[in-house]
Design a protein around this ligand. Structure first.
Ligand code: PLP
Length: 737
């Protein structure tokens, strides 16, 4: 069973609202502008819903218009306010720093379109998310419009509307209150305060998407957004969304009957239970807004060392739907502007999870949610991701685990038999996560190796070393890149690492060859060769004249088909080979087939580097150039396409690329296919590459939760020449439907 805890993003539609919508589409399908009986019945329904909205919003006077939702309401309010300003001395547009993006975007949009050139300023908030009322009172004297939401969608922080009213007292500023998250959850008496505009949205409270209401105070300026057929008394043309309005009406009626929202003590009790479950599951959890204040249905938290993506995948596998930051930005890994405005550190703003339950949730769902949250904590501990020292049995990791942070890669090389391991190219963002892993895994850290010294930042090797218990690390003498002095090789049970100097990207660039017994398994090449590019060599500490010899050395020592694991991997290709790079990069091909000598190579490479731009991550690109390879090709397979392949009896393997903690919580899809099953979590995917590449005749169908990680794996395998690599279209989410 799915437990839906993302109600600030949207809610399921109430049964009675579904029925009302169906009635409005079937028997009562009339156009409220028609003057015959069918139309008149529709009009009377429309007006009844409007009256209900007036009662619920506490707005017996003023305009109450039906809109398509809050974004339209916000735009109409902003347009109305700004259109009235010509000639006014007020020159400021003020909005809460934690407003939904629709508000500052609407302000900027109409400010520009109307050519007003007013200054926009964000009203600062404290760490509790509350507006700085003194600041506001000072600025409000010059404000044309002030926008402050009633309750915050990410944190549930409730605005002190009376305090704002006092701050605006005596000024001529117009005031908009985005009341979306307050509807049904807070007593709204809009007309009791000098609020000029208040938009709400149906889909945040059990009505369908595409319907909302805008309240406009009597006497507040108003300009219609749409003109046309004159509907809504000419205030909002366009035939009304009657099914949506009927459904919203059913919700408002249920709300008036007191059926939709538990009492405050009940909701606060639910919040307490969830907070306790989170505390138990993630002992380091931090709550990003005061937990005892605010909407009891909203909890916003971060867990040190755990990204919001990881937490989202974890909860989703356990059948608990939550979101990262706000839903509108959930697909981007951008830090939450709300938490940034509250002054929380970057890691909290970037890893925040929002959990929001429905105000009519039943206690069984809350108990089940708490049990699953505890199971999430246990699954992480079993994989050493949220560990207190020594409290869990630890599954042995695979030989190589790859961590990627904005295109930069760090590797953990661990030998389960000897429990010895090495970290290659540590990244500061991973220190906490890796330290946690050591504390519960009991592995010994033999070395932390850098593939080169970095021009733009210091290595985080020392901070990682210091974060690991002394008993678990080998502190023998080492050189600047972390290699133990006087040693030819680093032994890790059956495995060993050897060095190969590769000057070019930097003078000290070094590769590390990883052997199992006497076979080379992987070579860690840092920024010498990246998938689709070569490491740049135009830094002060570079050795451009040595680059060609380093590539030739790599070819002779590792071979053209050796799997090279790069220091940067901007397109998630996971590994490359010199043979594949010859196909993609003329420069490499010409060098290795002898048609370019070292000098020609250096000249051509310098030429390429003249135009290296910043990466899309805003960092300096470490690769000289990147050519898109097979990105354009479709790698997704639909269910019917997979079934068609199965019918031909061609071999298929279904590969689960979810992480072990997700696999342990999640459902295995009941794909009724004659297919082999395999697990290859993305973090350890490189280990599966040699074996998957060995079976080119097999169709490899990767799957994950949403399909995006599976598509990465499929593209990577194709990049290595496997023509039958696919991802399950829409991921498990669509398949299970
Ligand atoms: N304002 C707030 C506070 C919201 O939470 C949302 C939705 O996320 C909106 C505005 C936009 O609402 P709608 O989806 O109805 O346009």
């Amino acid at each position: 069973m799915e437990i839906y805890l993302d109600c600030n993003a949207t809610t399921p539609v109430l049964k009675s609202a579904q029925q009302a919508a169906i009635d409005a589409m079937a028997a009562e399908f009339g156009n409220p502008s028609s003057v015959h009986s069918t139309g008149l019945r529709a009009r009377s329904m429309l007006e009844e819903v409007r009256e209900a909205a007036r009662r619920v919003l506490g707005a017996p006077t003023g305009r109450v218009l039906f809109t398509s939702g809050a974004t339209e309401g916000i735009h109409t309010a902003v347009l109305s306010a700004l259109k009235s300003l010509r000639g006014s001395p007020a020159n400021l547009l003020l909005y809460g720093a934690t407003e939904h993006k629709a508000v500052p975007e609407a302000l900027a949009h109409w400010n520009e379109i109307l050519g007003l050139g007013l200054r926009m300023e964000a009203i600062p908030v404290g760490t509790d998310g509350k507006h700085d009322l003194r600041w506001l009172a000072e600025k409000a004297k010059h404000a044309a419009l002030v926008c402050t939401m009633a309750a915050n969608n990410e944190t549930g922080v409730i605005t002190d509307l009376h305090g704002i009213a006092r701050a605006l007292d005596g000024t001529s500023a117009l005031w908009m209150v985005d009341s979306v998250q307050a509807l049904g959850k807070l007593p709204l008496q809009l007309a009791d305060l000098p609020i000029d505009y208040a938009p709400v949205s149906g889909h945040k409270l059990f009505a369908p998407k595409g319907v909302g209401v805008l309240y406009v105070r009597d006497g507040a300026p108003f300009t219609p957004m749409f003109t046309g057929g004159g509907q809504e008394g000419g205030q909002r043309s366009g035939t009304e969304n009657m099914s949506g309005i009927a459904a919203f009406g059913a919700v408002l009626s249920a709300l008036e009957r007191g059926e939709l929202v538990h009492t405050a003590p009940v909701l606060e009790g639910f919040r307490k239970d969830i907070v306790a479950a989170l505390d138990e599951a993630f002992p380091d959890v931090v709550f990003n807004a005061p937990v005892d204040e605010g909407l009891p249905t909203t909890i916003n938290f971060s867990v040190p060392g755990l990204s919001f993506r990881l937490l989202l995948d974890l909860f989703d596998s356990a059948g608990v739907r939550v979101s990262g930051g706000s839903a509108c930005s959930a697909s981007q890994a951008a830090p939450s502007h709300v938490l940034e405005a509250m002054g929380h550190p970057q890691w909290r703003a970037a890893s925040a999870v929002r959990l929001s339950f429905a105000p009519n949730v039943d206690s069984q769902s809350i108990s089940a949610a708490c049990a699953r949250i505890r199971a999430c904590g246990a699954a992480l501990r079993a994989n050493c991701l949220a560990a207190k020292a020594g409290n869990a049995w630890v599954a042995p990791p695979e030989l190589v685990t790859r961590f990627a942070v904005q295109g930069a890669c760090c590797y953990l090389v661990a030998d389960p038999a000897s429990r010895r391991c090495v970290v290659i190219d540590p990244l500061p963002e991973l220190t906490e996560q890796l330290a946690n892993w050591f504390k519960c895994s009991f592995y010994t850290l033999v070395a932390i190796l850098d593939t080169h010294t970095h021009g733009d930042h210091a290595s985080s090797a020392d901070s990682l070393r210091n974060a690991i218990p002394a008993l678990q690390r080998d502190d023998s003498e080492r050189d600047a890149l972390g290699w133990p002095t006087g040693q030819e090789a680093i032994g890790l049970g059956r495995h060993r690492l050897e060095r190969v100097p590769l000057p070019g990207h930097t003078k000290d660039s070094t590769g590390y060859k990883l052997y199992r017994d006497d076979s080379l398994v992987f070579t860690f090449v840092g920024d010498t060769v990246l998938p689709g590019s070569l490491g740049r060599s135009d830094f002060e500490q570079s050795a451009p004249a040595s680059f060609a010899a380093s590539i030739r050395k790599l070819a002779s020592e590792a071979g053209l088909d050796a799997l090279l694991l790069p220091g940067h991997d901007y397109d998630d290709r996971f590994a490359c080979t010199l043979r594949a790079e010859c196909g993609r990069q003329d420069l490499v091909a010409d060098l290795l087939n002898g048609s370019a000598d070292d000098e020609a190579f250096a000249v051509r490479k310098a030429d390429l580097e003249r135009s290296i731009a910043q990466t899309k991550y805003g960092t300096t690109s470490c690769g000289a150039f990147v050519r898109a390879s097979c990105d354009a090709k479709r790698v997704e397979l639909s269910r019917s396409e997979i079934e068609a392949i199965a019918a031909t009896s061609e071999p298929i393997v279904l590969v689960d690329v979810r992480e072990p903690f997700e696999q342990s919580l999640g459902l295995v899809p009941s794909l009724d296919l004659p297919a082999r099953r395999q697990s290859a979590p993305l973090s350890t995917f490189v280990n599966a590459l040699p074996q998957l590449l060995d079976r080119p005749q097999e169709h490899v169908v990767f799957y994950c939760r949403s399909g995006s990680r599976a598509a990465q794996a499929a593209r990577a395998l194709r990049d290595h020449g496997h023509q039958r690599a696919w991802s399950l279209e829409g991921g498990l989410a669509r398949w299970s439907r």
